[in-house]
Design a protein around this ligand. Sequence first.
Ligand code: 5GP
Ligand code: MN
Length: 363
Amino acid sequence: MNMIRLSQIIAPELVAAAKERLDVCTNVVIVTHMSPDGDAMGSSLAMRHYLEDQGKHVTVVVPNKFPEFLAWLPKANEDMIYEAQKEAADQVLETADLVICTDFNEPKRIGSLGDKVQSLACPKIMIDHHLHPSDLADVVVSYPKLPSTCELVYRLMMDLAAMGNPCIETLPSRLEIATCIYTGMMTDTGNFSFNSNYAEMYQIVGQLVELGVDKDKIYNAVFNAYSADRMRLMGYCLYNKMRIFPEYHTALIYLSKKELYRFNFQSGDAEGIVNLPLQIKDIHYSCFMREDKVNPTEVELANGSKTKIKISLRSQGDRPVNTFAHDIFGGGGHANASGGEYYGPLPEAVQQFLDNYQKYFNK
Ligand code: 5GP
Ligand code: MN
């Protein structure tokens, strides 16, 4: 394989600190964020295959179920789902001598798994690209400028190889690793349509294709895999539910539990709905809200409310939405893709949005 030299993004001392821990571990647990997306699944599974090839025992634990359109990822179906297998997963976590946290920055993002991970004394490595990493891990490999954690995972693997650890191309699972990494790079950039304007990303893609990745097949597996119900839900959102505020270049869509039920809602079905209004000329900001259940672990946060509203925000170009997510909904995220939660009835969350968006969204 023609290996190109990527610029060194991860500080050498961090690579060395990660190497020190990876070299000596035997039982690894990898955890990733709630409602796992392509980058969460891709980064955790890529690390799993990479470490298994080096003789480690590895378990991936996800807080809740991942969407069906990611179930084809190699070994995705071996993930433990904390919500459903808490006791068994707790046991595995208690025997871990290394925990790796991928694609999230703070314990809150993994729900009740956060308390468990925090209580463990073993070393922890965080590999992530969200702003403001918490001190959850003792080695924090965090680069918010990168569009995906998967790209960071690839870079870390290359940097480790430069320090004498195995090169991806020599590992039996090189195709599985490359496939997982490509999936996260693709999904977190909307198939290379945002946060994706720099040459090195395509050099990495070139290397992944050299490793055998079939990018067209991955695209089809992820993006052309909707259920008829999901497609109809999207149509319903656009036709019946989308509100446009032209003078503020803003769109808003919200769905109640009843509406979701009507379309036989499955985890992952809402993925991408928030991006749709951005296809309209002169719409630069989009907000999507959906009613969700309050998990048993969120009862305190919910403060008596039986409903939780999950808020997603997207924007284009130099128009950050993470400040709005933070100020109005106590959330956060990236400049162009952020989110938050509101514990209370849906109409209240909508009103919060309507009372505040004009101050933030106007260009
Ligand atoms: P999504 O809209 O896909 O659920 O989330 C987009 C991004 O927003 C995530 O990658 C994450 O960075 C951020 N995000 C979503 N929900 C929350 C939240 O409740 N709190 C924080 N801090 N960030 C969130
Ligand atoms: Mn990500």
